[in-house]
Design a protein around this ligand. Structure first.
Ligand code: ZN
Length: 177
């Protein structure tokens, strides 16, 4: 089984904007399924098209929570096409975020606690939801990828400075562009 290859920090494709998906063709359906398979294979909770080198407005994600025994549980994969985020809550929270394009790096990121999302599913149906907590965060993180934005861009200047050597390590170790 071959999986979509991840593009790593330092690759200019991560800084480009994804194009809206005009029509959900069989190719798009197949690509969405490949994205889901790759997210699961790489053990991620989210994966956006630019991270596999495709500049399209689509990402996949899954919920994650701690169960009563303190073990991480993962939810079913979701596919999000052409998302529009709106109405961020004034209330924010800070949490450590990771990213498949920046292996083994976790950085505190402050984001709104709640957000509204409108997107299309694989059938092209429009769906609207109010997201809170982890689900809001993962959707904001993945939506950022569609705009060429990385979680490290949202770190405080102090944290960003502190992780600079790590960023250089990632570039050297993983990025082959
Ligand atoms: Zn990411």
């Amino acid at each position: 089984m071959k999986y979509l290859p991840i593009h790593y920090y330092g690759d200019p494709v991560l800084r480009k904007k994804g194009e809206p998906i005009e029509k959900i063709t069989p190719e798009i359906v197949a690509f969405a399924e490949d994205l889901v398979k790759a997210m699961i294979h790489y053990n991620g909770v989210g994966l956006a098209a630019p991270q596999v080198g495709k500049l399209l407005r689509i990402y996949v994600f899954r919920d994650e929570w701690l169960d009563e025994e303190g073990k991480y549980q993962l939810g079913e994969p979701n596919i999000v096409i052409n998302p529009i985020l709106s109405d961020p809550s004034k209330e924010t929270e800070s949490m450590l975020e990771g990213c498949l394009s920046l292996p083994k790096l976790h950085v505190p990121v402050t984001r709104p606690k709640k957000i509204h999302i409108r997107y299309q599913n694989l059938k092209g149906e429009f769906i609207e939801k109010d997201l809170i907590g982890f689900l809001a965060r993962v959707n904001m993180h993945e939506n950022d990828h569609l705009n060429g934005v990385l979680h490290i861009d949202r770190a405080t200047p102090k944290d960003r400075k502190a992780i600079e050597p790590e960023l250089q390590r990632i570039k050297k170790q993983y990025c082959n562009v």
